[in-house]
Design a protein around this ligand. Structure first.
Ligand code: HEC
Length: 116
């Protein structure tokens, strides 16, 4: 009986742990998507790269999560004035194959670079 009780406890702990990440699209998940899609090749936290750095993206889209998602999903044009749409085209295509949750998490991750 005691073993059985422990098993139930462990099972419920595992289940509650599994339930958490699905519930909230956290910046952590966005960091995973960012790595999987290799965005970091061109977007560094605070240095110049082929694309604007993450701090400047977070500033340009501060308080505008919906606008950022609209850019990532192809509804809005780029607004930062870099004017190199061809370099982002392939990545935008890859982003648009991901789920809405992944894209929301990716946006949260990008916005988390806002300098304090
Ligand atoms: C090959 C290099 C490259 C890769 C890889 C890349 N980007 Fe970009 N990114 C750019 C360039 C260049 C721009 C400027 C685009 C423009 O002016 O239209 C840009 C612009 C952006 C912008 C700002 C757009 C604006 O409003 O001006 C965001 C946000 C962004 N990228 C996110 C991402 C994410 C997320 C990924 C990974 C899925 C990614 N990028 C992968 C090069 C890249």
């Amino acid at each position: 009986m005691k073993v059985c009780g422990n098993r139930l406890l462990i099972l419920s702990l595992i289940l509650s742990w599994l339930a958490v990440p699905g519930a909230v699209p956290a910046a952590d998940d966005g960091s995973r998507v960012f790595q999987e899609l290799k965005c970091g090749l061109c977007h560094k936290p605070d240095q110049k790269g082929a694309g604007p750095n993450l701090q400047s993206i977070a500033q340009a889209y501060d308080q505008q999560r919906e606008g950022l998602i609209a850019y990532l999903t192809g509804t809005n044009e780029a607004r930062m004035g870099i004017a190199k749409p061809d370099l982002m085209k392939g990545s935008l295509g890859k982003i648009q194959q991901r789920s809405a949750e992944d894209i929301a998490a990716l946006a949260a991750h990008l916005l988390s670079f806002k300098p304090r």
